[in-house]
Design a protein around this ligand. Structure first.
Ligand code: DGL
Length: 276
């Protein structure tokens, strides 16, 4: 009941809140910005705590609660958990406690994988947290009778955060991680971490041509649009649109590296301390 009351006071031109541990969620923000150009967007990158991948579920839940409280204090009308690890480990808690609609990236990513796969032999790469939670195999199996094969790739996020998206070191790490999946004759590979679209080129170079790479950005955008339409919360075209960026540490690095993820310059980034 309380939840419904809160939704009633949400306004169309309020922003959408998006968060991730670092830069990765900017790939999702960029897709939302392109598809829904009238929407104002607020991004939070938890750069003080990145990487989330090997942290405990309790830690991820705490970080996610702190960030979503901050986003709600900025009057967001919807929250996108643009992080697979937080979607896997904290989304159920957020869904129960938040008074605005909240969506993760795993269900949309699973949908995209099932739509793309012909043989229903689907590989999934992600952080240790995402892979350990088995969230993708569970979400995929709800949609289709597919065979799923998982591989955690703990070195990928640090490589991407350092801007090492190509070159010899990254190439040998990619080879090591995808070898066991190639042995399973997958026809689809899910990029189960929002950092990984930045590794698309080097992954493609190392994969057989017939393997389709899937990330959740596009289908997450469709889900955002569906919810906003359903709740009559799409922003009006005449409204004043803005983009805001916040981080928990090192705004200068965020500006410098973030543009690669957002495909646009990021000029204004504020540092916020969320820990009590
Ligand atoms: N980009 C995030 C994900 O999708 C987090 C990666 C990390 O911080 O380890 O899982």
């Amino acid at each position: 009941m309380q939840k419904k009351k809160e939704i009633k006071i949400l306004r169309n031109n309020n922003p959408i809140g998006i968060f991730d541990s670092g830069f990765g969620g900017l790939t999702v923000m960029s897709a939302i910005n392109k598809a829904l150009p009238s929407e104002s967007l607020i991004y939070f990158g938890d750069t003080a705590h990145v990487p989330y991948g090997a942290k405990s579920q309790n830690a991820i839940i705490k970080f996610s609660k702190d960030i979503t409280s901050f986003l709600i204090s900025n009057k967001v009308k919807l929250i996108v958990v643009a992080c697979n690890t937080a979607s896997a480990l904290a989304l159920p808690v957020l869904e129960k406690t938040l008074k605005v609609p909240v969506i993760g990236v795993i269900a949309p990513g699973a949908r995209a994988a099932v739509d793309a796969s012909k043989k229903l032999r689907i590989g999934i790469i992600g952080t240790e947290g995402t892979i350990g939670s088995k969230s993708y195999p569970k979400a995929i199996k709800k949609l289709a009778k597919a065979k799923t094969y998982q591989q955690s790739c703990p070195l990928f996020v640090p490589l991407v955060e350092e801007g090492l998206t190509d070159g010899e070191i990254t190439d040998s790490v990619v080879k090591k991680y995808i070898k066991p999946l190639l042995a399973k004759n997958i026809d689809t590979l899910v990029l189960g971490c929002t950092h990984y679209p930045l590794l698309r080129k080097i992954l493609e170079k190392n994969l057989e041509k017939n393997i389709v790479l899937v990330d959740s950005a596009k289908s997450t955008v469709l889900e955002v649009k569906r919810i906003l339409e359903q709740k009559s919360l799409l922003a009006s075209k005449s409204g004043k649109k803005y983009l805001k960026f916040y981080v928990s540490d090192n705004p200068e690095k965020f500006k410098k590296i973030g543009k690669r993820f957002f495909s646009k310059n990021i000029t204004d980034v504020k540092k916020i301390n969320l820990t009590n």
